[in-house]
Design a protein around this ligand. Structure first.
Ligand code: ADP
Ligand code: MG
Ligand code: ZN
Length: 474
């Protein structure tokens, strides 16, 4: 029998707010332990939470970026459990009336367009972080109360690769939208992976297992692949799968059981009595909708269509949005945007990397690259000289025409001048000249190279070839 995999992801993303969700403490990574804390986020008695307006805004914005609805009513619930990193003994979350519902994320997988439906994206708060030392443990509460968005998919994902590409797409959408930095190293994205398998064609879902708290996308892919194979094997051997939570051991490359359904928590959810429901107004939502930016995939498609760029170039300009914006400046009014893309990607990007600078630091305006291309296409300079001019432009900010003029870099197309170069080269290299006369065509390239060298790259290469052949044959 053939089996198919069913995967649903719950992704926790840290929102890019200045302060925490319910208090004024800094939302800051890397501070000394327990320095960004106050009575509210430490859960001391008698305190009251105050919602962070910026977090609410970013949540609604994320909803729009993920094609979700933002309902006119959302509320807060307490998820109760005791754990040392959870100072209030409950976590605030949104159980049945989340801030955003029913959307989708589109992305490419092996050149095909895929879509994964979003069930909801709800707001919750992070907890502290435990540290275990030789003979005692400690908790850092700096992260307690930091706003997290939990983005829950429908079980639409069918492979580890698809999970991986979905996560990459989600990350770039959230980064584009300015909602989160999605810095994996700082733990800003964590993912629970729900996986089941079922006989192909069966409608009913199989028993799911959940792998908790994955912090790398490649880990998610590997864990999903491993778990799919494991589950299929269990079923093929006539075994049964039970709902359980498993842990991914990245070094060993396996999952192992943490707990089964029997010891699942009962969180005794109830509405938080300290917080009013959130009722977003039409005006508030309309203003946020204005902030929705062009999404990465849409941008890629536009670059491919509008500028007729290959997918690889478009990917570069999606991955580096500032470079892409700059390319659009350069391409304005140019006949051949592909050529502009080549300059921006091959020359400009390389220089920026080399000098550790960004497009904002450039000393020349975007039109200068168009001018340079114009000089090249008009035959005033050779492509080798164009590289030289570009390097000078980058260093000094001078215009290409000025550089060509000042350095006397204009291409030599004067046939009298070129003929002199050619005769010199032939005289200095009688061997290759004879070779050519005896039918060895390739010898011409050698002579041509000598002329280009002697002219310091300024000779018009096509004319040189023609002239050499004429002199040698004549
Ligand atoms: P829970 O209440 O256990 O968290 P949910 O119904 O909220 O479960 O679903 C959590 C995630 O698991 C969602 O992303 C959902 O798409 C996914 N999911 C639900 N059932 C299955 C299943 N049988 N196989 C794979 N994924 C599933
Ligand atoms: Mg769950
Ligand atoms: Zn606080």
């Amino acid at each position: 029998m053939d089996y198919e995999a069913v995967i649903g992801l719950e992704t926790h993303v840290q929102l890019k707010t200045r302060t925490k969700m319910w208090c004024g403490c800094d939302n800051e990574y890397g501070a000394d332990a327990n320095t960004n804390v106050c009575p509210v986020c430490l859960g001391l008695p008698g305190v009251l939470p105050v919602p962070n307006a910026e977090a609410l805004r970013l949540t609604a914005l994320t909803g729009f970026l993920l094609n979700c609805d933002v309902p006119s009513y959302a509320k807060w619930d307490r998820k109760n459990y005791f754990y040392p990193d959870n100072p209030k003994n409950y976590q605030l979350t949104q159980l049945d009336f989340p801030s955003t519902i029913t959307g989708f994320v589109e992305f490419e997988l092996g050149g095909e367009l895929e879509s994964v439906r979003i069930n909801r994206a709800h707001l919750e708060e992070d907890v502290g972080k435990s540290f275990h030392f030789a003979d005692y443990s400690g908790v850092d509460f700096n992260r307690a109360g930091v706003p997290l968005l939990e983005i829950v998919t429908e079980p639409d994902i069918t492979s580890g690769d698809m999970a991986y590409e979905y996560l990459n797409a989600l990350k770039s959408i959230l980064e584009y939208g300015g909602v989160s930095d999605c810095d994996m190293e700082k733990g800003q994205v964590r993912c629970d992976v729900n996986i089941s398998v079922r006989p192909k064609g069966q409608q009913e879902l199989g028993e799911k297992i959940e792998i908790k708290n994955m912090n790398s996308f490649s880990g998610v892919r590997r864990a999903a692949e491993y778990e799919i194979a494991r589950q299929i094997e269990v079923l093929k051997e006539g075994g049964q799968l039970m709902q359980e939570t498993r842990r991914w051991d990245d070094d060993a490359g396996i999952t192992d059981s943490m707990r089964t359904k029997e010891d699942a928590h009962d969180y005794r959810y109830f509405p938080d009595p300290d917080l009013m429901p959130h009722r977003p107004s039409k005006e508030w939502l309309a203003a946020i909708r204005e902030e929705v930016v062009e999404l990465p995939l849409a941008r890629k498609r536009r670059f491919m269509e509008q500028y007729e760029l290959p997918a690889g170039d478009a990917d570069v300009f999606v991955g580096d949005a500032a470079l892409g914006d700059y390319f659009e400046e350069v391409a304005k009014g140019l006949k051949n945007p592909k050529q502009a893309a080549n300059w921006v990607i091959n020359n400009l990007q390389a220089k920026l990397v080399e000098t550790e600078t960004s497009v904002a630091d450039l000393k020349f305006p975007a039109v200068a690259i168009g001018e340079l291309i114009g000089l090249l296409e008009g035959g005033q300079i050779s492509s080798k000289i164009a590289q030289e001019v570009f390097a000078e432009m980058f260093a000094s900010g001078k215009s290409p025409a000025t550089i060509v003029e000042e350095k006397g870099l204009s291409q030599v197309s004067d046939s009298g001048e070129l003929e002199a170069f050619c005769r010199e080269a032939i005289e200095a290299n009688p061997g290759p000249a004879d070779d050519f006369r005896n039918g060895k065509e390739a010898a011409l390239n050698f002579l041509k190279g000598q002329v280009m060298k002697a002219s310091r790259g300024k000779a018009n290469p096509q004319m040189v070839g023609e002239l050499l052949a004429k002199i040698l044959n004549g």
